[in-house]
Design a protein around this ligand. Structure first.
Ligand SMILES: [Zn+2]
Length: 280
């Protein structure tokens, strides 16, 4: 039976000359069906020079799954949080505090190095959910500071409030703007504050000129790269399912925008990743 084009996996890109880290992926989520075998995903990534991955579990079942797989897959470090789009549901059910308590408990695993993704999403959640999202975001900032872990931020159409709340609460030592989506001015402000900007496949999209302008003003010392797999598949495979082995497409596009050699960029994102999360 013929597969639909969406279900077919894109071919493996040319391997990177120096291994990099996928800073943010969801290996437990299969976009068009059950997730592909975890060991196969990790092996396919390693073959093209993506030898370390940060697996993000952003609801309670996914966070528990993340804690489990860290024990058996040395290529993985983990992150846990209640996603901003999950926060209003927990608040309505009256169990947001309990959920945050469980997140903090899961974060004690020695290979759990990220609190995230947390933040604000004004695109998918309407005004009625803003209060719960902000309360949850403030709670995650506290957890990141108590545990000493890096904070990965989800910011969709909420740049000003994300920066404001981080300033009000006092940011943790290491802050990563996951799937950075701001403009040049925001990139400069994040760099000024010492945050890291993690770019995803969106930076390869034809219509992403503002995002490439933001990338172009970000110093190498503040850059990270991620897939956000299974979402945000880089060009020329936009619309198909994403996986960590496709990160070389994003890295090469970033090197072009930055006007740096590919090995130089690989070296930088690899070193920055270990600086943010610690050694694998
Ligand atoms: Zn994500």
């Amino acid at each position: 039976m013929a597969q639909s084009p969406r279900a077919q996996a894109p071919p493996a890109p040319e391997p990177l000359p120096i291994p990099v880290v996928d800073n943010h992926c969801h290996l437990d989520i299969g976009r068009d069906g059950p997730a592909v075998n975890l060991a196969d995903q990790i092996a396919a990534a390693a073959q093209v020079g993506v030898d370390r991955l940060v697996q993000i579990g952003c609801d309670l079942p996914s966070a528990r799954w993340t804690a489990q797989v860290l024990d058996t897959h040395p290529a993985l470090l983990g992150g846990v949080a209640v996603h901003p789009n999950e926060a209003p549901g927990h608040a309505a059910a009256g169990d947001l505090d309990d959920a945050l308590t469980e997140i903090e408990a899961l974060a004690t695993h020695p290979r759990m190095r990220v609190i995230g993704e947390s933040g604000l999403d004004y695109y998918r959640t309407g005004p009625e959910g803003v209060g719960a999202q902000q309360e949850s975001f403030r709670g995650h900032i506290e957890i990141a500071k108590r545990t000493g872990l890096a904070l990965q931020i989800h910011d969709r159409d909420a740049h000003e409030d994300v920066l404001r709340i981080l300033a009000e609460e006092g940011a943790p030592d290491r802050v990563v703007l996951h799937c950075f989506s701001g403009d040049m001015a925001m990139a400069r402000e994040c760099v000024r504050r010492g945050y890291f900007l993690s770019f995803a496949g969106t930076v390869t999209f034809k219509n992403a000129r503002d995002l490439r302008d933001a990338l172009a003003v970000t110093p190498l010392e503040h850059l990270l790269v991620e897939t956000d797999a299974p979402y945000l598949t880089p060009s020329p495979h936009r619309g198909q399912i994403n996986a960590p082995y496709l990160i070389p497409l994003t890295v090469r596009a970033m090197a072009t925008t930055l006007n740096v050699a590919v090995p130089t960029l690989c070296q930088a994102v690899s070193a920055n990743s270990e600086q943010v999360y610690g050694p694998w």
